[in-house]
Design a protein around this ligand. Structure first.
Ligand SMILES: [Zn+2]
Length: 240
């Protein structure tokens, strides 16, 4: 199927049989030489995810209709074939981390006891900060924000007051022999280290959320985070 919109030519190939990866790539290159973008819908389950070739899986049957399934960076996306094609033609199908996309940042916290206080003061600590966009979720610990002061500022601006969170600031850890952005006891200010955050997971909940466009430092931070985690870049459908 060959579709044209303005100067853009897109070939949509629905591949029912098990075409070899080499053959698919060879045909994709031939399209590229002819100035055509190839979009493959593959019945088979696996294909290496690469920038040159969007290859969502096709799932379904004639009676129930067909869905498209994509492995995104951190999750999966499933949508009807028509919605997928509309998104592709509206340039809402992206590879990697789309620059300028709308994300939702959420702050999560739980409670833990201070190791230093005789009375085991309970403090609420930030367990993670999530930047969600499309079907992807990028997770930061406070210490991951050290290299991004602009982001730290945005997060601290949205931190709710009066719910028992200790002062968040850089503290030195003797066990880790480094200084990092950390939670602290609200009574004595002692470092409540990243290593013990699991103690706060039992009552973890979201305490704040705000919209954030992935530009500049935010885009860079998400890129760095995914790179350090070894998260594979992938195709995804996004709003707007
Ligand atoms: Zn304390």
């Amino acid at each position: 199927m060959l579709a044209e919109k303005g100067k853009a030519k897109v070939a949509i190939e629905i591949q029912w049989s098990n075409q070899s990866d080499e053959e698919t790539l060879r045909r994709q290159n031939r399209y590229a030489e002819a100035g055509v973008r190839g979009l493959w819908l593959l019945r088979r389950r696996r294909f290496p995810i690469i920038r040159d070739l969007p290859t969502p899986r096709l799932d379904g049957n004639m009676r129930d209709g067909f869905d498209v399934e994509l492995d995104t960076i951190t999750s999966k996306q499933r949508l009807p074939v028509t919605d997928f094609l509309v998104a592709a033609f509206a340039r809402r199908l992206y590879f990697g981390i789309p620059y300028g996309i709308d994300a939702r940042v959420s702050i999560h916290a739980g409670t833990m006891e201070c190791w230093r206080d005789r009375y085991r003061e309970k403090t609420r600590v930030v367990t993670r900060i999530n930047a969600d966009f499309g079907a992807n979720s990028c997770r930061f610990l406070l210490s991951d924000l050290d290299d991004f002061p602009g982001i730290t500022k945005a997060v601290l601006t949205h931190m709710p007051q009066g719910i028992g969170i200790g002062t968040i600031r850089p503290r030195h850890s003797r066990t880790q022999q480094r200084t990092y952005l950390s939670n602290g006891c609200r009574a004595c200010g002692a470092l409540l280290g990243a290593f013990h955050l699991h103690e706060a997971l039992h009552d973890e909940k979201m305490i704040a959320a705000f919209p954030q466009r992935l530009t500049g430092l935010w885009h860079e931070a998400v890129t760095v985070r995914f790179t350090l985690e070894g998260a594979p870049m992938a195709w995804g459908v996004y709003d707007g």
